[in-house]
Design a protein around this ligand. Structure first.
Ligand code: PMP
Length: 322
């Protein structure tokens, strides 16, 4: 056992767990990277730390400065905890459709929370544009810009991908996850391909996102919708540019929720819906690659963040998730 020098050093180096149900269902070994074990309980702590330290290194962020971001919540939580540890303020702009727990967590961390109505990316009210405007108008503020700031995916090239490679002893046949900013899929994809070009990188896209059609047919086009928070992208962000995607699956909320349920009931893991979609994607990738393969995916955040939504039977009924 060893000690950790400070709270920010707790970010990353998460466990990788073999998932029994998905492995038995496919005859493969399917592993989940436990990103809910980060201090902010999600994969986004990594991007938050890299974005803040990149801004510091560029001299853009001065002591006592402010970090502004538009987020589905998890990046905001990561930024707020990094900001607290380093003495910065945070202003977080979030669509009002996100879970109550994320809002409460952000307030508890001391972030200034700005809620905006859900709006199309083309609308000036969209949370990303609102956050950019607030950053422009706030003295001493930076805009974290997680979608197009490639410090985000660097966190996954030098962190997540290296860790997965080491934890799997360099024996990995495939990796899959969904995309929000695309930082995780692109960063882990680039990092693993640099180790072994043969690792199959698969995108698991929720309904309502446009990336499945882009990688399958070269056209950004979305169909259907999803209630999964934090994923579902409609454009090629700077983080997604050059992502080495070999194949793609479209995963429904129902398929994702079925795995959320099984992992909780059979393996004691309480996860969010994007993790379930990733695990359903890993099962699809296992079927695509055939038995005996070793596959990794991302367990993005904790289910405790969704007690008022995904884990509430009335909410599920209202959203058509039996
Ligand atoms: N799952 C959840 C719950 C998230 O908050 C996010 C981040 N938006 C993702 C998955 C996707 O990660 P990325 O932004 O790296 O694509």
């Amino acid at each position: 056992m060893h000690t950790t020098p400070d709270t920010l050093a707790l970010i990353g180096n998460t466990p990788l767990v073999r998932l029994r149900g998905p492995s038995e269902a496919t005859g493969c070994d399917i592993f989940g990277k436990c990103e809910y074990a980060n201090p902010g309980a999600s994969v986004k702590d990594r991007a938050a730390l890299f974005i803040v330290e990149d801004a510091e290194q560029r001299g853009m962020l001065q002591p006592g400065g402010t970090i502004v971001e538009g987020t589905a919540g998890n990046t905001g939580i990561g930024l707020a905890l990094v900001a607290n540890a380093k003495g910065y303020k945070t202003i977080i702009v979030m669509p009002e459709t996100q879970s109550r727990e994320k809002m409460d967590t952000l307030r508890a961390l001391g972030a200034e929370l700005v809620l905006v109505p859900a709006a199309a990316f083309s609308s000036p009210c969209h949370f990303v544009h609102t956050s950019r405007r607030i950053a422009d108008e706030t003295p001493g503020a930076i805009w974290a810009n997680q979608f197009d700031n490639t410090a985000n995916r660097r966190a996954h090239i030098v962190g997540t991908a290296e860790e997965i490679w080491a934890q799997m002893d360099g024996r990995i046949d495939g990796f899959t996850c969904a995309a929000g900013t695309g930082g995780t899929i692109a960063g882990v994809g680039l990092g693993l391909k640099a180790k072994d070009e043969a690792v199959c990188i698969a995108l698991s896209d929720p309904h309502g996102a446009a990336l499945y059609n882009y990688y399958a047919h070269g056209e950004l086009k979305s169909e259907g919708s999803s209630v999964a928070e934090g994923i579902g992208q409609g454009r090629i962000t700077a983080n997604l540019e050059g992502a080495p995607i070999d194949t793609q699956f479209r995963i429904s909320d129902q398929e994702g929720y079925a795995w959320v349920r099984r992992l909780l009931d059979e393996e004691g893991l309480c996860l969010g819906l994007s993790s379930g979609i990733n695990v359903a994607g890993a099962v699809a990738l296992a079927k695509h690659l055939g038995p005996g393969k070793r596959i990794a995916t991302i367990l993005c955040d904790t289910g405790f963040r969704y007690l008022s939504t995904l884990y509430d039977p009335e909410w599920r009924q209202a959203k058509g998730l039996a």
